[in-house]
Write a new protein. Sequence first.
Lengths: 292, 755
Amino acid sequence: MRYHTPASFDDAIAIAAQAEGITRFLAGGTDVLVQLRSDLVTPDDLIDIKQIPGTHDIVQNADGSWTLGIAVSGAEMTEHAGLCAAWPGLVEGMDLIGSTQVQGRATLVGNLCNGSPAADSVPGMMAAGVTVTVMGPNGTREVAVEDIPAGPGRTNLAKGELIAAVNIPARGENGGDAYQRFIPRTEMDIAVVGVGVSLRLDGDIITEARVALGAVAPTALMVPDGAAALIGSTLDDAAKARLAAAASAACNPIDDKRGTIEFRTDVAGVLACRTAQRAYDRAQGKKVAKHV
Amino acid sequence: MALDDDLKKDGFTFVGTRPKRPDGLDKVTGRAKFGADMVAPGMLHGAILRSPHAHARIKGIDTSKAEALEGVKAVVTRADFPDTVQHKPGMAGEMWNVLENVMAGEKALYDGHAVAAVAATSALIAKDALKLIEVDYEVLPHVTDVDKAMAEGAPVIREGSADRSVPEGLHPNVVRYHESGHGDVEAGFAKADLVMEDTYKTEATHQGYIEPHACLGMLGADGKGELWCTTQGHFYFQKVCAAVLGLETSQLRVTASEIGGGFGGKTTVFMEPVSLALSRKANRPVKMVMSRSEVFRATGPTASASMDIKIGMTKDGTITAAKGTYRLQGGAFPGAPADFTAMCGFAPYCLENVLQIGYDVMANRPKQAAYRAPGAPMGAFAVESVIDEMCNKLGLDPVEVRLKNAARDGTKSSYGPTWDAIGQVACLEAVKAHPHYSTPLKEGQGRGIASGFWFNHGGETSVSLALSEDGTAQISVGTPDIGGSRASMALMAAEVLGIPYENIRVTIADTATLGYNDVSHGSRVTYASGLATIKAARDAVEKLKGRAAAEWGIDPDAVTWEDGYAKPSGPNAGEFEPMHITKITGKMGRTGGPISGHFEATPEGAGVSFGTHIVDAEVDPETGKTSIIRYTVVQDAGKAIHPTYVEGQFQGGAAQGIGWALNEEYIYGEDGRLQNSIFLDYRIPVASDLPMIDTVIVEVPNPGHPYGVRGVGETGIVPPLAAVANAVSNAAGVRLKELPMSPPRILKALKDQKG
Ligand SMILES: Cc1cc2nc3c(=O)[nH]c(=O)nc-3n(C[C@H](O)[C@H](O)[C@H](O)COP(=O)(O)OP(=O)(O)OC[C@H]3O[C@@H](n4cnc5c(N)ncnc54)[C@H](O)[C@@H]3O)c2cc1C
């Protein structure tokens, strides 16, 4: 195994592009190192990208949007008052990952690129409309988060490509977002269903909405029918029923040790409504308890 | 052993207090040495190649490439173990069973079964070498479910494993049979107003100790060996390792490390002979440490169970008859505790007509090991669930019904013996009086109660106590401390000697230092090692009195021992200043030599144990998720020597029982491979899943122990499966009959009920 600490993204890309065998980028390492130690994946080239200048920064741009460095940890996000105020749902998705120790290392991009359909930060990012800056041997492009995962453990990044930044839109007025997951225990577990919802209100009426589901299909997915069910409503029971139906209909899960198809499909509907309620309450400026 | 005359019930100075544990500082500072902490000069690292198949014939193993790898010093397979131990039916062949499990012979019998092992200069090289071993498998049909394993046509794990208890005509995978009871159950059912019959199932669960199995073995060409390992019973490990390696028992010295949890799972030998075999071949010490996944795949989970319960009850709650049929799957070897399940199920009750039948069934799973009250929790789950259901149907209070039918002093138990001095009624009365039981429930919550029974055990025991010149004492016991027993031993010795707790050091002696000691199991340590400690201390006191008597020139019988002083027993004995222990030990070299006490016995009066738990649970009807809101354990301890550690045992049993009830399970794929061999997917409760677990220590002294002690380590896990199931069923409004009651299972039951 070769361990690299490039000083720039260009260097990192050059190493990755030339590497043969198994290549991994090392962000927080909470997936990479665990997989290494448990003999699941032993990379031939391990490229530590945390040393690259700027990768630890959280920056709010003039237009209110945010740019996050790829090495920003969950703990750094939770401790950033401005980010928490703007995107509490996105932050709570990240904050649910692991324990205090894991929070000190784990990153959004690592969570995304590890490729788990159950990754907790991903539905929240998708609901928020987050994009990532992808750099590679053939240049730079901006890609929506939902277009990164390709299937369990796989991404759409080409050989030599990496993610160089996370771009979060400006929150704007009267918006609210939320992420909730279902786990059989209270913590230290893997999502059986995850839901991210972001919406905007005009008075009591929902004018914009994005709904994303995790852990119910080979990749996290957008649920446009769920968003449509919400838009124009006041999140009344009928809207919730439509949302639940849309969320359940979008599911394409597997039966496995973590949950049955039937269970995941049912709970996706239930959780979509609960999450939408939290996002709605936030949009109305109500205080919402920390994730439950 | 008649000890009744000997029972001290009150007036204790040290017993019943809560001093700090003597091993506490070592544990919190990291100074304590666990299984993986030992090193030796020239040490190699061992690793085991495990079968990826649930059932396969091993047609050949080619180790040549592994042997050729730089850094590899030895490779062993079954051929490196002597064939002196022979296969015999049932538990008679246990030594062969252990060997066959430690290293597969002709067949790999489960996913994770050891087939070869390597010792190399580093752990990484050893792992790499495993990948170079080529095993030629012929995959065979497999079976992992207990009911399927005993059904016609099921793949046979091993012909000739059934012992003579098994009736004709059963599948060869049924290897032992138990039947007990009394009265006439059919006549009893005829007298009942309500008869209920149902099938209940539990999945296998793992003890889940934090410390994986680890050892360091050294074995020379001279047949002399040393083994350091994490174990609940190093004397037993000595015996087993010697047998399967063809050594003389006394030539192998085994030292028990500190132990990071065992719960029964470290009473069984799973790996240690491999390190010794590798060491013998490489002529170097070999250390082995299991990964978590190896612990799950290849060390003892519990048995899984399928059980039919039939109970008859009159309208007033009197049980007229009870019948239980218990089928337990214990892996690819005999030993599933179906007999214990059968014997314990109805034991909390006084029954006129009772019949219980147990089947020990083999399947393609790892060899089961004891897990706190082995077999009892499953049976209690089934029996106590049916009783709860009947109370609901008849509109009766579940505590009153249990009291009405409770086993009492003089009751002939469900499995034979007649009880004396038992605590079932006292526990139930304490439950009734506890504020928890009368606290109103909120909407969506349910309450469950359940009783449980465990035998407790005595076992071979040997303790020795040596006094030092300064009047302090050192005690050598042979039972690894798995629950704070060093503190309890010191408290009991302090009580006898009349010296401070802090002046006593208790050591777990190695096998070369003390006579044979049975394993730390059966909740026996505080009982049996405690009894032996008291007797050893009394032996030393007799000698101390003798020295004082000699100095005073009076008869030793005329000397009493009080609070650390020898005193003349009365005016007739003469007028002498009380003589402190330090006065005697300070000159013992000149007055007859070192003073020590010892005691060896197999005490038989362990004293059975009962407990009843109260649980409040809330079920989310939309997701099937359960929250445990409140939990109270009530259990008879006989006498709590160190109440904090008694409470710890109660709480630990409840915590593990909650896990077993709600989310823990062995999940097998169609291919017979274990799907969840890491803690991420094997869901033991995390701290935030549990409420504070309240405890009530009931004390009905056990006449079989000088201070009335009953073991408390196991009974605490017997009621929770049922108590949680009753709470969940009452909260959800639907009876859950299969564990674990995971959210998918509860949600499905709710949906099925709605139709
Ligand atoms: C105890 C524990 C609990 C956990 N709990 C959860 C949980 O509750 N929910 C959850 O979703 N996850 C959980 N995880 C998994 C893990 O913590 C998260 O996925 C985490 O976000 C990964 O981030 P990281 O920075 O540590 O990634 P790393 O391990 O550094 O990398 C992960 C993957 O991303 C790739 N990668 C990293 N950075 C880039 C980049 N800039 N460009 C391209 N590819 C990149 C790497 O090549 C690698 O494949 C847990 C892990 C542990 C150990």
